[in-house]
Write a protein that binds this ligand. Sequence first.
Ligand SMILES: [Zn+2]
Length: 300
Amino acid sequence: MGQIIRAVAAEEQIKIAVIAAADAVEEARQIHGLSPTASAALGRTLLGASLLGNAMKSEGESVTLRLNGGGPVGSVVAVSDNEGYVRGYVDQPRADLPTRADGKLDVGGLIGKNGTFTVSRDLGLREPYIGSVELVSGEVAEDLAAYLLESEQIASACGLGVLVGTDKSILAAGGFLVQLLPGAPEELVQQLEDNIFLMDQLTTILHEDGPEEVLNQVLKGLEPRILSREQMGYRCSCSWERLAGALKTIGPEALRDLAQSENAAEIRCQFCGKQYLFPSSELLSFIEAADDSQESAKND
Ligand SMILES: [Zn+2]
């Protein structure tokens, strides 16, 4: 299971959430057959989504991160529920790039930075709250911090990392999101920046010592106090009924195309890979259902 630790520091002027979730990223890798760099790209996005989602208050709320950077991996999408359980996918799971000169996976290159970072918060209202900013680097953590500042006026620092082994399995994955309350003194900002600059490599800490050591290094000298530890993981919420609901919105032509397959169309959940069977007769009945609802809308 993955874990999210929440803490405060410096007399509650600093809030932090630290996540360790190698299992969740490994599960994503196995579901989608991700290349090493794609594992890091989707992994970091899942971690970021989980940190935002876990901070949401009510059951049924969710947050979706979407990066469209124009790079070889295409879109990267991650969704978290309000507990921090995540699911996600990328357009091109097998896309990969050579490692950078410094030995790191080239996540920024794979995602690209010519495009947008979009956050959609579903609070159970009629419309989700959607904010979007230009990508800074495509490295995900930097982009998330830029989004929070520009779109939600939250000053934060974020680090997200995924360590991939030589056999492509996920050895470590995790990160932190630290927020300063408005009006925090400049010395505190400086201390935090120094701590983050001087800390060991994130994935090394996670791999060797675990998430508490990340917390200790980011908040060194700032007297952190742990508030909660919660579990998270990779979890899909798909069902035949949900997919049916989505199919009813794709329009009569697309439904007729799908219904043309011999007996039944096999539809694969893009988040978990589970296959669902839709008999042709069922798909055609969705068209009629849509026609009926249009008819009754006209009659209203
Ligand atoms: Zn699913």
